[in-house]
Write a protein that binds this ligand. Structure first.
Ligand SMILES: [Zn+2]
Length: 349
């Protein structure tokens, strides 16, 4: 689960150990990144609509009630609560409100999602850094173009067939735990009331590196209800071909430290360096993670993504707003004509 804390989190069934990765049929260009994985708990944050309840008031989602049925979409044009059907041991037959979204949920096959991957901010021309000016513009673009920004855990539920989402969806993820996330991105996300996920490399935070956040800063963001926590390993090692002892440190020690420092049990893993192979994918599942994310840069649809290698799309220093909008090309055709960006032409594929 993403972002749930302490005993409350532990009461929710987890998809982890029993999870069966879905078969994949992903197509996407490989992007270089230090993608990682993220353990997520569904924070049931009401989507940032004016009528949505506060994150703390919302009731948590049962993340992996087996065999749950999708709730049919509400009347078109009406922003309605999405739901999962709780047929788990906690409350058989009782629908649990999952989230309130700004935009109406649709039939599952109509949803398209992009998981954005960021690292640092305002770090000069570092290709993995994005200026806070551009970042704010990108976040505003999502709002202006009716893209629903949802929690990572909501996407995992969707991919498991347990939650309906709006038609155009984005998830914001940030890897490594860089201090510039707290200093530069956090004020913008807080101001715009946008949820996001942090992939924490626990060893870096433990070592109190100059360029990483402190546990106090991570905790402050998490306590806001906007942030879900994922594991991004302990020493940021590439998992492919890694000896078993070191795999355990990356997958298990990182999780244990997140539990100790934040009271969060991460259920999603972000592969450091985007490195994974079939063995690593299996080890992540065996370690109890519900899903793992790489950095292969592709839009996501129901059935398109193996839960052990869900693609994320890296945002780089040089990406213009036109390039950024191109990440969402998969569903631009669904935008009303007047909302399709015209100021800068979309680049050729
Ligand atoms: Zn990384």
């Amino acid at each position: 689960m993403i972002g749930r804390r302490g005993a409350e989190q532990n009461t929710a069934p987890r998809m982890g150990r029993a999870v069966k990765w879905r078969s994949a049929c992903l197509a996407g260009a490989l992007l270089v990144s230090c993608g990682g994985s993220q353990g997520t708990s569904p924070p049931t944050r009401a989507a940032a609509g004016a009528t949505a309840p506060s994150p703390r008031a919302a009731r948590p989602v049962a993340p992996d009630a087996p065999g749950t049925a999708l709730v049919p979409p509400e009347t078109d044009g009406v922003a309605a609560p999405a739901s999962v059907q709780d047929d788990s041991t906690e409350g058989p037959g009782n629908p649990i409100p999952a989230a309130m979204f700004k935009h109406p949920v649709v039939e599952a096959h109509r949803t398209r999602a992009v998981v954005l991957l960021y690292h640092g901010f305002d770090r000069g021309s570092d290709p993995l850094s994005v200026s806070s000016f551009n970042f704010k513009r990108q976040m505003q673009w999502l709002k202006d173009n009716r893209v629903e920004v949802v929690h990572l855990s909501h996407l995992v539920l969707f991919l498991n067939g347990k939650l309906l989402l709006p038609e155009r969806v984005a998830v914001i993820s940030m890897d490594d735990g860089m201090s510039s996330v707290y200093r530069r991105a956090w004020p913008i996300l807080k101001q715009l009331d946008l949820p996001f996920s942090l992939g924490i490399t626990t060893g870096l935070v433990e070592d109190k590196k100059r360029f990483t956040m402190s546990w106090e800063q991570v905790r402050e963001m998490h306590d806001s209800g906007l942030v879900e926590i994922a594991s991004h390993g302990h020493r940021h090692r590439a998992l492919a071909n890694l000896p078993q002892a070191l795999v355990d440190e990356e997958l298990t020690r990182s999780r244990r430290l997140l539990e100790q420092r934040l009271g969060v049990t991460p259920s999603v893993y972000f592969y450091p360096l985007g490195s994974m192979d079939r063995r690593a994918r299996d080890l992540v599942a065996q370690a109890g993670y519900d899903a793992a994310f790489t950095a292969t840069g592709a839009p996501i649809a129901l059935g398109s993504a193996h839960l052990g290698e869900v693609p994320r799309t890296s945002v780089f220093y040089s990406d213009s707003i036109a390039r950024f909008s191109y990440f969402f090309r998969g569903f631009l055709h669904t935008l009303p004509h007047h909302l399709v960006p015209k100021a800068e032409p979309l680049p050729s594929p």
